[in-house]
Design a binder for this molecule. Sequence first.
Ligand SMILES: Nc1ncnc2c1ncn2[C@@H]1O[C@H](COP(=O)(O)OP(=O)(O)OP(=O)(O)O)[C@@H](O)[C@H]1O
Ligand SMILES: [Mg+2]
Length: 544
Amino acid sequence: MELTSAAPPLTAEEKYRLLLEISEAANSQREIAAVLEAVANALPPSIPIDAVGVITVEGEMLSPHAIYIRGVERREGDSWADVMARWLHLSTGEEVAPIIKPPVPLAGSGTEVVGRTGRALVCEDLSGAMRFPEDARLFAAGVRSYVRVPLAIHDQLVGSMAFSRGTAGAFLPHEVDLFEALARPIAAAVANALAFEEISRLTRQLQAENLALRQEIDERFMFEEIVGASRALRETLGRVDKVAATDATVLITGETGTGKELIARAIHRRSRRSHRALVAVNCAALPSSLIASELFGHEKGAFTGALQRRLGRFELAAGGSIFLDEVGELPPEVQAALLRVLQEGTFERVGGSQPIATDARVIAATNRDLAAAVAAGTFRNDLFYRLNVFPIEMPPLRERREDIPILVEYFTARYAARLGKRFESIEKSSMDRIVAYAWPGNVRELQNVVERAAILSEGEVLRVDEPLLAGATGAPLPPSALPLPASLREQERQRIEEALTASNGRVSGATGAAARLGLPPSTLESRIKSLGIDKRQFRPAPHR
Ligand SMILES: Nc1ncnc2c1ncn2[C@@H]1O[C@H](COP(=O)(O)OP(=O)(O)OP(=O)(O)O)[C@@H](O)[C@H]1O
Ligand SMILES: [Mg+2]
């Protein structure tokens, strides 16, 4: 049997250069197979090598990790088995599927021996003597001789590397020396590559988990864009689900800012009317003289200024739904007309005498206690019963505090995205205060507080600096408790009324009450509502 190589030993300088070149090549690669390819290509022609393979230690086991075979193309991302399959294909002409070999035990392996001795192990002819479990594999792959060197980092055995030839024969001492010397930089590169692979694996796993978590959040906590996980909210959403598909009239009750309109929209979207409009009418926003014409339309000449016939909202909502917001504010004559719509499905335009049929589904909302309004005689009893077929009550935020952190995160993400900011976290003490606060303006108020905090917070932590006074006791308030102690409420009312007086009842704008108080108009609106202040009384009397 001929020696494959009888080259003269490298000079010290040549060896030094080679080591440098190889460690540079090795450290510029992240994939171990690429490291091996770089090593094989850096070896001088006087030291021919047919294959370089790395086995890594994984606990008690060994697993083939990467291989470079001269003449076999390596593609990025190839596994050890892919390269072997391609090589077998080259040498046999047969298409071979990659075979994933099961790991073999470290105990009793050549890797264990080199790890223990810290020295190279030379096998001159595999066909003569197979000592280790790895040998059969190498032989099957065409290897006839090899030098195995340990790969260790800080005395920790990472694996081993075999420099192999397809021919039997002795390796010269200077070649073995060189392979041993190469083991050190390559061990570092292999350890790096392993760490990198581990990081990529963990990253992929984390991404998958994040995705799963996000899906879970979506499924558990989100109902359209309704965020929350509390039992109370889930029960409400369960009722929404039940009633959506029917044509039943729905009455949504709850304090200001609890999400009544959101629920109304969700019902419409989940109904088979969703392809038609949801026509919203705020019954409190219109003067009582105009509300009937708004809802039912009017004939030409029905009243001064009625120059044209006009369709009402009920006609616009044909085939769809009509959302009667603040339905408790309807004046008595309109209450009677609405009762007729609910009983007979017909109405008349103002100034008209023809009954017009409507199939619009009615979804109504109110933050007033309609039963109390009935008792007080301001709301028709029969209309109340017709509306109250399927009541949905929105619980106030202070009765479902579990929803608060989720809502804070949701709004933070939303406003951060809008502002082009990124918040990694929410300051703990801010969150504690937010959760303890009584939220008389409910989700709308929370949303406004988070929006302001997002604007004002610099850096990665969202902080709420503004005082949150009401009910900031840390203990959940009993459901019946007033959101604000009477004295604080009175103070707040006074300040708001002063500002409204100064602004002639205007809330927004540069000289509006909101600007005077340093509040966003929407927050002030919700305060005004929650305190039951009538803005109109601050408007100057019309000139005659
Ligand atoms: N569960 C929730 N998830 C996300 N946003 C919510 C939620 N509940 C309410 N909001 C938001 O809070 C604000 C107030 O909600 P909405 O207008 O539906 O309340 P409302 O009960 O109709 O109030 P009002 O009685 O004052 O009319 C809206 O911007 C809405 O998007
Ligand atoms: Mg509303």
